[in-house]
Design a protein around this ligand. Structure first.
Ligand code: HPA
Length: 279
């Protein structure tokens, strides 16, 4: 089977068979160090990626590879515990495969989270940031190649790729939870190398506040499919050259663990206040 739409349909029908036919409101992608939230989902149905026909399988330490489906707050959610990254060798189309499956499942809302490096000197590790927009200067794009009209248009708008309405929801949720949230621009790098000091300076100069290795492909695929998308970054470290020590993945995971409680409260409040008309 080499038709993408047929593959997606096969993956979706497997998930439906395991999780039941009930409508799912929101798909959540959990970033490095933030995966624990999936453990809080009530009455979960858990599906390993490697059991889903046509699904890629994640290889990064700290990333589980499974879908958790159930209730969180008042919402029915499907949660990716572990995502696919370009640096693992997946094509961008493979990276966004699960997002397209979610669309096939009838899901209209996407909640992206990630761990990112902070390149805004006024902020600090442990801060959370609402992604207002992103920058992708690398040449590849998940929608490159044959266009499938079932997924959307060949050329599609990215003006509001992070839903202004959901940004406002996140702002209010943070206020309600007493979280000092930042808002900024996320810039994609391929990884797996962290950025050089000069790349971090370029990112700052062209208007980025955070740098990272994920989220942008998923947001682009979701935009083509007209899904409502929100993105939250956990700024786990200062970008290279902005802190007095070298970067490592341990720091990323440790900071994720440190802010886990605040992050969870924020996500829960965002889910509770997700506009009904989008559900
Ligand atoms: N750069 C890129 N990706 C990251 C970083 C970083 O500094 N921290 C966490 N993910």
């Amino acid at each position: 089977m080499d038709n993408l739409i047929e593959k997606l349909a096969e993956s979706a029908s497997y998930i439906r068979e395991k999780a039941g036919d009930k409508k799912i409101d929101i798909a959540i992608v959990l970033g490095s160090g933030l995966g624990e939230l999936a453990g809080k989902i009530e009455k979960p149905v858990i599906i390993d990626y490697h059991d889903i026909p046509n699904f890629p399988v994640s290889t990064v330490p700290g990333h589980k590879g499974r879908l958790v489906i159930g209730r969180l707050e008042n919402r029915r959610v499907i949660c990716m515990q572990g995502r696919f990254h370009y640096y693992e060798g997946w094509s961008m189309a493979e990276v966004v495969y699960p997002i397209r499956v979610f669309k096939m499942l009838g899901i209209k809302n996407l909640f992206l989270t990630n761990a990112a490096g902070c390149v805004n000197k006024s902020w600090k590790p442990g801060d959370l940031m609402i992604i207002k927009d992103h920058i992708k200067l690398i040449a590849d794009n998940p929608c490159r190649g044959e266009n499938y009209p079932e997924l959307g248009e060949r050329f599609f708008d990215m003006t509001n790729c992070y839903s202004p309405e959901l940004i406002e929801v996140a702002r209010s949720a943070a206020k309600k939870e007493g979280v000092d949230i930042k808002e900024g621009v996320y810039m994609l790098f391929t990884g797996p190398a962290f950025e050089t000091k000069s790349e971090v300076r370029v990112a700052m100069l062209i208007g980025a506040d955070a740098v990272g290795m994920s989220t942008v492909p998923e947001c682009i695929a979701a935009s083509q499919m007209k899904m409502n998308t929100i993105g939250i970054s956990c700024l786990t470290n200062m970008g290279a050259g902005l802190q007095d020590k070298a970067l490592d993945h341990i720091e990323v995971i440790d900071t994720g663990n440190r802010v886990r409680g605040i992050f969870e409260r924020l996500v829960r409040e965002i889910l509770r206040s997700w506009p009904e008309k989008m559900i």
